[in-house]
Design a protein around this ligand. Sequence first.
Ligand SMILES: [Zn+2]
Length: 121
Amino acid sequence: MKKCPFCKQKLQENAHYCQFCNSTIVDLDGNPILVQEFTNRQKTILEKLIQLLVAVFFSVQFFLFGLMLLSSIFGNEVIKLSSTTSILLNIVLAVISIGGAILITNPVINLVKSQIEKLDR
Ligand SMILES: [Zn+2]
């Protein structure tokens, strides 16, 4: 027994098209059309892309917030990158911002996902 990749109905092993949704389920060479695997791969790529965008977004936010904090403590010299200390502070801030963003990216995405799933019900 095999399943239609489009409507998931059970079909006979030698079926070439789905009797329920009329989809062709084998290509011209007789190979099964793999719709499910293709969409799963697309999903994975999309999820990685969203992860990247969220991580970049939080990195920038943390960095900007950190710059504001540092300049209020050390003055505008920090932003001008005019001394070794200010360059070092910026590098440390960048590392902390990116690290923090990576740490919170997945929890934030999972939180949003669970909220969307609640709306679906
Ligand atoms: Zn079907």
